[in-house]
Write a protein that binds this ligand. Structure first.
Ligand SMILES: [Zn+2]
Length: 419
């Protein structure tokens, strides 16, 4: 680990040393014993006998449990408990591991441990009456805030510039999703613009496990700097806010599909590519390949789903307040999305196509405000939530800390913030 800690938490070093010690002990007592179906690893400790089974392709929970000497009754009970208490209904081949604990090699299984995510452990213990008890344990994580910054170069997309800046693709998609509330990625991107991202990296036992959430984003957009910060309110819920503490998550997204190029913008007059005569273009066209999922721009209810000559397959959603959105030229609708369906922001409602009057696969997207078509890329959109006075004061303090942290990290790229 080359990185040096940005001093916020003095107990960090001792925690790291302890974690390191635990990892070394763990590695020392792990012995690979045999291969039978999945990879089986055994750990021999004085008191009990442990067998770890890595789920192999074609394995079922039943098959794995029966191979460990459990009966049909146990299998059914355990499958029920896992589904009900731990939300586990499927096993992932190659990554899921199941640990079986016995008092000794001859004894029946007394405990089963599953690790469905790096951050959760599910323990099933055999009760005296033969039933099973379920206990879910959260695994402690060590989170570091990492800072990355970059600059748009000639001919760049934001995505390319972000990858070049070292931002992991998954984090970049989250950043995109956030900026899509504020920016038009087609027209707001220019060479020389700077951006920066503060995001989490999660460690367990000193090893990086995954990337976490985006904590802050800054982008020098044409219409002014866009800044967003993730903040936890006193009621425990989290959201993104601009530098003044106004909600950054808008009721609608300007660009429903990430990274899609605007091929035709909103205008009251344009020559229709198929009809040939001049006609208003009441929406924005985004180029995307056939089959690309179309996410709902905001939460709402489907009020129309059908086909007409111009729009082809289309869906119209009514959102809270005075907004409606329309999505046209779909190749097909998403399963279960019908008139009356309540959809969440980002939920797939259909797939890009070229049905109706269309020259090629694209999404035609309209925003209708109080019955009038408006430009989705420029219309002023309401925020989903704003902060109360008390939270706002706390937010402004927190924002200062983050800003200072990012300022320090921008000068020392090898540092991180211990969360
Ligand atoms: Zn269009």
């Amino acid at each position: 680990m080359k990185k040096v800690k940005y001093i916020l938490n003095p107990t960090f070093l001792s925690k790291l040393m302890m974690a390191l010690a635990i990892v070394l002990t763990f590695v020392a007592i792990m012995v690979v014993v045999t291969h039978r179906g999945g990879t089986i690893i055994s750990q021999h400790e004085p008191a009990e006998c442990k067998t770890v089974v890595v789920v192999a392709s074609g394995d079922t929970l039943g098959k794995i449990l029966m191979a460990q000497g459990l009966n049909n009754n146990d299998v059914n009970t355990i499958a029920d408990i896992l589904k009900k208490d731990a939300g586990i209904s499927t096993l992932r081949a190659g990554s899921d591991k199941i640990e079986f604990v016995r008092a000794d090699e001859e004894s029946p299984v007394s405990k089963i441990v599953l690790v469905p995510s790096p951050w959760k452990q599910v323990e099933l213990t055999c009760a005296e009456n033969g039933g099973w008890n379920c206990n879910t344990v959260d695994i402690e994580r060590d989170t570091r805030a990492i800072y990355k910054s970059g600059e748009i170069q000639n001919g760049d997309s934001f995505y390319l510039a972000g990858i070049r800046a070292g931002i992991p693709a998954g984090v970049l998609i989250d950043v995109y999703d956030l900026l899509a509330f504020e920016m038009d990625f087609e027209r707001d991107i220019r060479a020389g613009q700077h951006f920066s991202v503060l995001y989490e990296e999660n460690f367990s036992g000193g090893e990086k496990i995954d990337n976490g959430r985006v904590l802050a984003v800054q982008f020098e957009a044409l219409r002014g700097n866009v800044k967003m910060y993730r903040f936890k309110k006193s009621d425990g819920t989290s959201g993104y806010y601009d530098e003044n503490g106004n909600g950054a998550i808008k009721s609608l997204k300007r660009t429903p599909i990430n990274n899609a190029k605007v091929t035709s913008s909103f205008s009251t007059k344009r020559k229709h590519p198929v009809l040939g005569f001049t006609r208003a273009h009441k929406g924005v066209d985004f180029r995307a390949s056939t089959g690309t999922p179309i996410p709902a721009a905001g939460a709402g209810r489907v009020v129309a789903r059908g086909f007409n000559r111009g729009h082809g397959n289309y869906i119209k959603i009514r959102h809270n307040g005075s907004y409606e959105t329309l999505y046209a030229h779909m190749s097909k609708f998403a399963k279960g999305v019908v008139v009356g369906t309540a959809v969440r922001q980002g939920q797939t409602i259909g797939y890009v196509g070229s049905t109706g009057l269309s020259t090629g696969p694209h999404l035609h997207y309209e925003v209708i405000k109080n019955g009038t078509h408006v430009n989705p890329l420029t219309v002023k959109l309401p925020a989903i939530s704003n902060l109360g006075d008390k939270d706002k004061a706390k937010f402004l303090e927190y924002r200062k800390v983050l800003d200072n942290g990012m300022e320090t990290l921008s000068r020392n790229p090898n540092l991180f913030i211990q969360m």
